[in-house]
Design a protein. Structure first.
Length: 97
């Protein structure tokens, strides 16, 4: 079993409150889940209006597939709707359990 994990830091410049931040993040997480069949959660900067860290994972038999899917997710996020900006990300493929 191979598990691809990814941590992405997002800057949400237009956010003026935590409510606005959630209005942007919730549909984004749902789109990522539906489009890429990955698990997604907000994992950091929960109380900051303009910043979010989301964690994602993808499980596969093939490390190359897991890496490919996470790369596609990053590209999708980089070409976002302008509501957020990807400022940093890191991925890792974990082998075997």
């Amino acid at each position: 079993m191979k598990v691809g994990v990814c941590r992405v830091v997002l800057r949400i410049a237009m956010s003026r409150s935590l409510k606005t931040k959630r209005r942007i993040l919730e549909p984004l997480k749902a789109r990522l889940k539906d489009r890429f069949q990955i698990s997604v959660a907000e994992v950091g900067n929960n109380d900051l209006w303009h910043w979010a860290i989301i964690g994602m994972s993808y499980v596969s038999n093939d490390a190359r597939l897991a890496d490919k899917v996470l790369s596609q997710v990053i590209e999708f996020l980089k070409t976002g709707e302008g509501e957020y900006e990807v400022t940093d990300y890191e991925t890792e493929i974990i082998s075997g359990f």
